[in-house]
Ligand binder design. Structure first.
Ligand code: ZN
Ligand code: ZN
Ligand code: ZN
Ligand code: ZN
Length: 315
Protein backbone atom coordinates (compact mmCIF):
# COMPACT_ATOMS: atom_id res chain seq x y z
CA UNK A 1 0.00 0.00 0.00
CA UNK A 2 1.23 3.49 -0.89
CA UNK A 3 1.17 6.65 1.21
CA UNK A 4 -2.28 8.14 1.79
CA UNK A 5 -2.70 10.97 -0.72
CA UNK A 6 -4.43 13.09 1.95
CA UNK A 7 -1.21 13.33 3.96
CA UNK A 8 0.60 15.34 1.28
CA UNK A 9 0.56 19.12 1.08
CA UNK A 10 0.38 20.59 -2.44
CA UNK A 11 -0.24 18.92 -5.77
CA UNK A 12 1.06 15.38 -6.35
CA UNK A 13 1.96 14.56 -9.95
CA UNK A 14 -0.15 11.84 -11.60
CA UNK A 15 3.00 9.80 -12.35
CA UNK A 16 3.71 9.40 -8.66
CA UNK A 17 0.42 7.62 -8.00
CA UNK A 18 0.24 3.80 -7.90
CA UNK A 19 -2.48 2.55 -10.32
CA UNK A 20 -3.27 -0.35 -7.97
CA UNK A 21 -3.85 1.41 -4.65
CA UNK A 22 -4.32 4.96 -5.98
CA UNK A 23 -1.98 6.28 -3.28
CA UNK A 24 1.49 7.83 -3.56
CA UNK A 25 4.09 5.23 -4.59
CA UNK A 26 5.86 3.50 -1.72
CA UNK A 27 9.11 1.65 -2.53
CA UNK A 28 8.22 1.87 -6.23
CA UNK A 29 9.24 -0.62 -8.95
CA UNK A 30 8.45 -0.55 -12.63
CA UNK A 31 7.80 -3.07 -15.38
CA UNK A 32 10.83 -3.22 -17.69
CA UNK A 33 8.87 -3.18 -20.97
CA UNK A 34 5.96 -0.76 -20.43
CA UNK A 35 7.59 1.28 -17.61
CA UNK A 36 4.40 1.32 -15.54
CA UNK A 37 5.31 1.95 -11.90
CA UNK A 38 3.68 0.49 -8.80
CA UNK A 39 4.34 0.15 -5.08
CA UNK A 40 6.48 -2.92 -4.58
CA UNK A 41 4.00 -4.51 -2.15
CA UNK A 42 1.01 -3.74 -4.45
CA UNK A 43 2.46 -5.28 -7.62
CA UNK A 44 3.73 -8.40 -5.83
CA UNK A 45 0.31 -8.99 -4.36
CA UNK A 46 -1.25 -8.42 -7.80
CA UNK A 47 1.16 -10.83 -9.54
CA UNK A 48 0.46 -13.52 -6.98
CA UNK A 49 -3.09 -13.61 -8.38
CA UNK A 50 -2.56 -12.85 -12.09
CA UNK A 51 0.64 -12.54 -14.20
CA UNK A 52 -0.20 -9.32 -16.07
CA UNK A 53 0.54 -5.61 -15.93
CA UNK A 54 -2.49 -4.03 -14.14
CA UNK A 55 -2.51 -1.10 -16.59
CA UNK A 56 -2.13 -2.66 -20.07
CA UNK A 57 -2.72 -6.38 -19.29
CA UNK A 58 0.46 -7.57 -21.04
CA UNK A 59 1.87 -10.79 -19.59
CA UNK A 60 4.62 -10.23 -16.96
CA UNK A 61 6.17 -11.94 -13.92
CA UNK A 62 8.13 -10.53 -10.99
CA UNK A 63 11.27 -11.16 -13.09
CA UNK A 64 10.14 -8.30 -15.35
CA UNK A 65 10.29 -5.74 -12.52
CA UNK A 66 13.18 -3.36 -11.79
CA UNK A 67 13.80 -0.29 -9.68
CA UNK A 68 12.42 3.02 -10.97
CA UNK A 69 14.69 5.69 -12.55
CA UNK A 70 16.42 8.09 -10.21
CA UNK A 71 14.39 11.07 -11.46
CA UNK A 72 11.18 9.43 -10.25
CA UNK A 73 12.73 8.66 -6.87
CA UNK A 74 13.93 12.26 -6.58
CA UNK A 75 10.46 13.59 -7.34
CA UNK A 76 9.01 11.33 -4.66
CA UNK A 77 11.59 12.25 -2.05
CA UNK A 78 10.79 15.95 -2.44
CA UNK A 79 7.10 15.57 -1.61
CA UNK A 80 5.95 16.98 1.72
CA UNK A 81 4.11 14.53 3.91
CA UNK A 82 2.54 14.76 7.35
CA UNK A 83 3.97 12.51 10.09
CA UNK A 84 2.31 9.09 10.64
CA UNK A 85 1.54 10.25 14.16
CA UNK A 86 -0.48 13.30 13.10
CA UNK A 87 -3.58 11.75 14.71
CA UNK A 88 -1.62 11.53 17.99
CA UNK A 89 -0.79 15.21 17.84
CA UNK A 90 2.35 15.47 15.71
CA UNK A 91 2.18 18.53 13.48
CA UNK A 92 5.43 17.90 11.61
CA UNK A 93 5.46 17.94 7.82
CA UNK A 94 8.55 16.37 6.27
CA UNK A 95 10.19 15.53 2.99
CA UNK A 96 9.25 11.96 2.15
CA UNK A 97 12.87 10.76 2.38
CA UNK A 98 13.18 12.15 5.92
CA UNK A 99 9.95 10.55 7.12
CA UNK A 100 11.34 7.27 8.47
CA UNK A 101 14.11 8.79 10.55
CA UNK A 102 11.59 11.24 12.03
CA UNK A 103 9.13 8.46 12.90
CA UNK A 104 11.87 6.57 14.73
CA UNK A 105 12.23 9.52 17.06
CA UNK A 106 8.78 11.14 16.89
CA UNK A 107 7.69 11.90 20.44
CA UNK A 108 4.04 11.39 19.45
CA UNK A 109 4.73 7.83 18.31
CA UNK A 110 2.48 5.73 20.55
CA UNK A 111 4.92 2.81 20.21
CA UNK A 112 7.96 4.80 21.23
CA UNK A 113 9.89 2.81 23.88
CA UNK A 114 10.01 4.65 27.20
CA UNK A 115 11.40 3.70 30.61
CA UNK A 116 8.77 3.20 33.32
CA UNK A 117 9.23 5.84 35.97
CA UNK A 118 6.93 4.37 38.60
CA UNK A 119 9.55 1.99 39.87
CA UNK A 120 10.20 -1.06 37.70
CA UNK A 121 12.39 0.70 35.13
CA UNK A 122 11.28 -1.57 32.30
CA UNK A 123 11.38 -0.06 28.83
CA UNK A 124 7.99 -0.44 27.20
CA UNK A 125 6.02 1.11 24.29
CA UNK A 126 4.40 4.36 25.39
CA UNK A 127 0.86 3.17 24.59
CA UNK A 128 1.20 0.20 26.96
CA UNK A 129 1.66 2.39 30.02
CA UNK A 130 -2.07 2.62 30.69
CA UNK A 131 -2.25 -1.16 31.27
CA UNK A 132 1.20 -1.38 32.83
CA UNK A 133 1.53 -2.68 36.37
CA UNK A 134 5.05 -2.65 37.85
CA UNK A 135 4.31 -5.32 40.47
CA UNK A 136 2.80 -7.69 37.93
CA UNK A 137 5.74 -7.21 35.51
CA UNK A 138 8.30 -7.75 38.25
CA UNK A 139 6.45 -10.80 39.46
CA UNK A 140 6.58 -12.29 35.99
CA UNK A 141 10.29 -11.55 35.85
CA UNK A 142 10.81 -13.13 39.30
CA UNK A 143 8.92 -16.18 38.19
CA UNK A 144 10.99 -16.52 35.02
CA UNK A 145 14.22 -16.19 36.94
CA UNK A 146 13.06 -18.72 39.51
CA UNK A 147 12.43 -21.18 36.68
CA UNK A 148 15.84 -20.43 35.23
CA UNK A 149 17.40 -21.05 38.63
CA UNK A 150 15.61 -24.37 39.01
CA UNK A 151 16.89 -25.39 35.58
CA UNK A 152 20.43 -24.40 36.52
CA UNK A 153 20.23 -26.33 39.78
CA UNK A 154 19.15 -29.45 37.92
CA UNK A 155 21.99 -28.94 35.49
CA UNK A 156 24.50 -28.57 38.34
CA UNK A 157 23.16 -31.71 40.03
CA UNK A 158 23.55 -33.63 36.76
CA UNK A 159 27.08 -32.40 36.34
CA UNK A 160 27.94 -33.35 39.91
CA UNK A 161 26.81 -36.88 39.18
CA UNK A 162 29.06 -36.92 36.11
CA UNK A 163 31.97 -35.52 38.11
CA UNK A 164 31.55 -38.14 40.81
CA UNK A 165 31.48 -40.89 38.23
CA UNK A 166 34.66 -39.53 36.70
CA UNK A 167 36.30 -39.34 40.12
CA UNK A 168 35.40 -42.93 40.82
CA UNK A 169 36.79 -44.00 37.48
CA UNK A 170 39.96 -41.99 38.08
CA UNK A 171 40.46 -43.66 41.45
CA UNK A 172 40.13 -47.06 39.82
CA UNK A 173 42.81 -46.11 37.31
CA UNK A 174 45.05 -44.88 40.12
CA UNK A 175 44.60 -48.14 42.01
CA UNK A 176 45.40 -50.00 38.84
CA UNK A 177 48.58 -47.97 38.30
CA UNK A 178 49.68 -48.49 41.89
CA UNK A 179 49.28 -52.19 41.42
CA UNK A 180 51.23 -52.10 38.15
CA UNK A 181 54.01 -49.74 39.19
CA UNK A 182 55.64 -52.39 41.37
CA UNK A 183 56.62 -54.47 38.37
CA UNK A 184 56.72 -51.89 35.58
CA UNK A 185 59.25 -48.98 35.70
CA UNK A 186 57.51 -46.98 32.95
CA UNK A 187 54.23 -47.26 34.83
CA UNK A 188 56.05 -46.21 38.00
CA UNK A 189 57.27 -43.01 36.38
CA UNK A 190 53.80 -42.10 35.15
CA UNK A 191 52.19 -42.89 38.48
CA UNK A 192 54.79 -40.80 40.33
CA UNK A 193 54.16 -37.88 38.00
CA UNK A 194 50.41 -38.16 38.54
CA UNK A 195 50.89 -38.12 42.29
CA UNK A 196 53.18 -35.09 42.12
CA UNK A 197 50.62 -33.26 39.96
CA UNK A 198 47.93 -34.13 42.42
CA UNK A 199 49.91 -32.60 45.29
CA UNK A 200 50.58 -29.42 43.29
CA UNK A 201 46.89 -29.05 42.40
CA UNK A 202 45.90 -29.49 46.01
CA UNK A 203 48.55 -27.06 47.20
CA UNK A 204 47.37 -24.41 44.73
CA UNK A 205 43.82 -24.78 46.01
CA UNK A 206 44.85 -23.79 49.54
CA UNK A 207 45.24 -20.13 50.57
CA UNK A 208 48.68 -18.79 51.42
CA UNK A 209 49.31 -18.25 55.13
CA UNK A 210 51.74 -16.12 57.10
CA UNK A 211 53.16 -17.12 60.44
CA UNK A 212 53.50 -14.03 62.62
CA UNK A 213 54.84 -15.80 65.71
CA UNK A 214 57.13 -18.75 65.13
CA UNK A 215 57.41 -19.01 68.91
CA UNK A 216 53.79 -20.22 69.00
CA UNK A 217 54.72 -23.50 67.29
CA UNK A 218 53.55 -26.67 69.06
CA UNK A 219 56.37 -29.16 68.52
CA UNK A 220 54.73 -32.09 70.32
CA UNK A 221 50.99 -31.92 69.47
CA UNK A 222 48.87 -34.50 71.30
CA UNK A 223 46.80 -37.14 69.53
CA UNK A 224 43.49 -35.30 69.59
CA UNK A 225 45.06 -32.15 68.13
CA UNK A 226 46.73 -34.28 65.43
CA UNK A 227 43.45 -35.95 64.62
CA UNK A 228 41.70 -32.60 64.22
CA UNK A 229 44.36 -31.32 61.84
CA UNK A 230 44.36 -34.60 59.94
CA UNK A 231 40.61 -34.37 59.42
CA UNK A 232 40.94 -30.77 58.18
CA UNK A 233 43.65 -31.82 55.72
CA UNK A 234 41.57 -34.68 54.44
CA UNK A 235 38.53 -32.43 53.96
CA UNK A 236 40.65 -29.90 52.09
CA UNK A 237 41.39 -32.57 49.47
CA UNK A 238 44.81 -33.78 50.62
CA UNK A 239 45.91 -36.62 48.29
CA UNK A 240 45.49 -39.80 50.35
CA UNK A 241 48.92 -41.14 49.42
CA UNK A 242 50.69 -38.43 51.44
CA UNK A 243 48.18 -37.81 54.24
CA UNK A 244 49.57 -40.23 56.84
CA UNK A 245 53.19 -39.35 56.16
CA UNK A 246 52.40 -35.64 56.30
CA UNK A 247 50.78 -36.05 59.68
CA UNK A 248 53.80 -37.97 60.93
CA UNK A 249 55.76 -34.84 60.10
CA UNK A 250 53.80 -32.64 62.50
CA UNK A 251 55.90 -33.80 65.45
CA UNK A 252 59.44 -32.68 66.24
CA UNK A 253 60.71 -36.27 66.34
CA UNK A 254 60.34 -36.34 62.52
CA UNK A 255 61.57 -32.85 61.79
CA UNK A 256 64.78 -32.18 59.81
CA UNK A 257 67.93 -30.90 61.44
CA UNK A 258 67.07 -27.22 61.02
CA UNK A 259 63.93 -27.66 63.11
CA UNK A 260 64.86 -30.45 65.44
CA UNK A 261 65.56 -28.73 68.76
CA UNK A 262 64.21 -25.76 70.62
CA UNK A 263 67.56 -24.06 70.34
CA UNK A 264 67.87 -24.45 66.56
CA UNK A 265 64.30 -23.31 66.20
CA UNK A 266 65.06 -20.12 68.08
CA UNK A 267 68.15 -19.46 65.98
CA UNK A 268 66.47 -20.21 62.65
CA UNK A 269 63.31 -18.11 62.94
CA UNK A 270 64.57 -15.69 60.30
CA UNK A 271 65.08 -18.60 57.88
CA UNK A 272 61.53 -19.83 58.52
CA UNK A 273 60.20 -16.48 57.27
CA UNK A 274 61.21 -17.66 53.79
CA UNK A 275 58.87 -20.63 53.91
CA UNK A 276 55.92 -20.54 51.51
CA UNK A 277 53.15 -21.69 53.84
CA UNK A 278 49.62 -22.86 53.01
CA UNK A 279 46.79 -22.54 55.46
CA UNK A 280 45.21 -25.70 56.84
CA UNK A 281 41.58 -24.56 56.54
CA UNK A 282 40.05 -23.31 59.81
CA UNK A 283 43.00 -24.47 61.90
CA UNK A 284 45.95 -22.72 63.51
CA UNK A 285 48.23 -24.81 61.35
CA UNK A 286 50.23 -24.46 58.15
CA UNK A 287 51.54 -26.80 55.49
CA UNK A 288 55.03 -26.42 54.10
CA UNK A 289 55.25 -28.48 50.92
CA UNK A 290 58.39 -29.16 48.86
CA UNK A 291 56.59 -28.15 45.65
CA UNK A 292 56.21 -24.59 47.05
CA UNK A 293 59.62 -24.52 48.74
CA UNK A 294 62.28 -25.58 46.26
CA UNK A 295 64.22 -22.46 47.39
CA UNK A 296 64.66 -23.81 50.94
CA UNK A 297 67.61 -25.97 51.96
CA UNK A 298 67.33 -29.66 52.82
CA UNK A 299 68.10 -28.72 56.42
CA UNK A 300 64.64 -27.27 56.85
CA UNK A 301 62.58 -29.38 54.40
CA UNK A 302 61.39 -32.94 54.40
CA UNK A 303 59.29 -35.15 52.09
CA UNK A 304 56.34 -35.12 51.55
CA UNK A 305 56.12 -31.86 53.53
CA UNK A 306 55.82 -30.39 57.00
CA UNK A 307 52.74 -29.76 59.05
CA UNK A 308 53.24 -27.10 61.69
CA UNK A 309 50.62 -26.59 64.35
CA UNK A 310 50.52 -23.37 66.32
CA UNK A 311 48.89 -22.12 69.48
CA UNK A 312 48.32 -18.76 67.73
CA UNK A 313 49.84 -16.40 65.19
CA UNK A 314 48.59 -17.58 61.79
CA UNK A 315 47.23 -15.11 59.27
ZN1 ZN B 1 0.24 0.85 -4.52
ZN1 ZN C 1 2.14 -1.91 -18.21
ZN1 ZN D 1 5.91 12.91 14.20
ZN1 ZN E 1 6.69 -0.09 35.84
Amino acid sequence: MGFDLGRFSGEVDEELICPICSQVLEEPVQVVTCEHAFCQACIHEWLSRQPTCPVDRQAITSANLRSVPRILRNLLSRLNIACDNAIYGCSQVLKLDALQSHIDECEHNPKRPMPCESGCGFIIPKDEFKDHNCVRELRTLCHQQQQKMTELKTEIADQNITINELKRELNLIKDFMRAMRVSNPAMRAIADQMERDEVIRWSNSLPRARVTRWGGMISTPDDSLQLMVKRALSESGCPPHILDELMENCHERRWPRGLSSLETRQNNRRIYDNYVCRRVPNKQAVLVLPCDNSHMSDDVMVEPGLVMIFAHGIE
